[in-house]
Design a protein around this ligand. Structure first.
Ligand code: GSH
Length: 275
């Protein structure tokens, strides 16, 4: 299998050359984690069926020595099953379960809302032959004109940033979502950030966001896979008067504090018992 260590990879990219889809990004990282080189079949949204010989309308898709594998989760399962001697993507079934939960939350909290903040830029950045299809399909998806949907994003971006506290809490305690080493949990969530970086003409996160350390380390993995020159920076959102804090500056309370005895909880006890 995987002749010359190469797997054919159907990309979905913008006119900048940067991959757009969160699913495709997660799969790129999954293949790199497994140590494969990619034989990339480039392309945008138009003509996926033609490019893949009628195999699929959606990407990612890979071909491993003649064998077609579809769907981001399908590909991850295939890679772990077929190449158990290489670094695991899902080292334990619980990782898949928790990653699905985290991913579902992240789409609701951030990927979907960011899509609504950048949807007209997304269309404008797509390759010219995709403009009509992206406009039509995404307006159907979002239920309004892309320009109208995107308008007012400066009022929405701060709240989206603020809602990412569960990720910040996890990464305060752990180097990677996978623990000591990255695994598919990292790549799956990272895919949503990289999708956003491919379209974010105005940044969605603060310069000093605590997520930056993890994101920068993820971008640097596998020879700087997330450092494509077509990507925009995620950092530089400014808090305006009346905006919520873009992230919690001083995490506080039961979840943030490890109980090591009364001294560690005294300030909290005083605050909650004062009259
Ligand atoms: N369940 C699929 C979803 C893949 C998917 O929806 N891909 C989108 C890109 S984000 C796509 O190929 N869209 C093509 C189109 O919109 O025509 C997976 O996980 O791979």
């Amino acid at each position: 299998m995987a002749k010359d260590n190469k797997i054919t990879f159907y990309d979905l990219a913008l006119s900048t050359g940067a991959t757009i889809s969160p699913f495709v990004w997660a799969t790129k990282y999954a293949l790199a984690h497994k140590g494969f080189e990619l034989d990339v079949v480039p392309g945008g949204f138009t003509g996926i069926m033609e490019r893949t010989g009628g195999k699929t309308e959606r990407l990612p898709a890979i071909v491993d020595d003649g064998k077609w594998v579809l769907d981001s989760w399908g590909i991850v399962e295939y890679l772990d099953e077929t190449y158990p001697d290489r670094p695991a993507l899902i080292p334990h079934p619980g990782v898949a379960t928790l990653t699905r939960a985290l991913d579902a939350w992240f789409w609701g909290a951030a990927v979907g809302p960011w899509m609504r903040c950048y949807c007209a830029d997304y269309r404008d950045l797509s390759v010219p032959e995709d403009h009509e299809y992206v406009t039509h399909s995404r307006e159907n998806m979002l239920g309004m004109k892309l320009e109208d949907m995107q308008a007012g994003r400066e009022d929405r971006l701060p709240g989206i940033s603020a809602s990412l506290e569960p990720l910040r809490a996890a990464l305060r305690e752990s180097k990677w979502l996978g623990g000591d080493e990255p695994n598919y949990a990292d790549f799956r969530i990272l895919g949503g950030f990289l999708f956003t970086a491919s379209v974010a003409k105005t940044p969605p996160l603060a310069e000093d966001d605590p997520l930056r350390d993890w994101l920068d380390r993820c971008f640097d993995l596998y020879g700087g896979l997330g450092r494509h020159p077509g990507l925009f920076t995620l950092f530089g959102l400014k808090q305006r008067e009346g905006d919520p804090d873009l992230f919690v500056k001083t995490p506080w309370g039961g979840q943030a504090n490890r109980n090591t005895g009364p001294q560690s909880t005294r300030a909290e006890t005083e605050a909650i018992t004062r009259s």
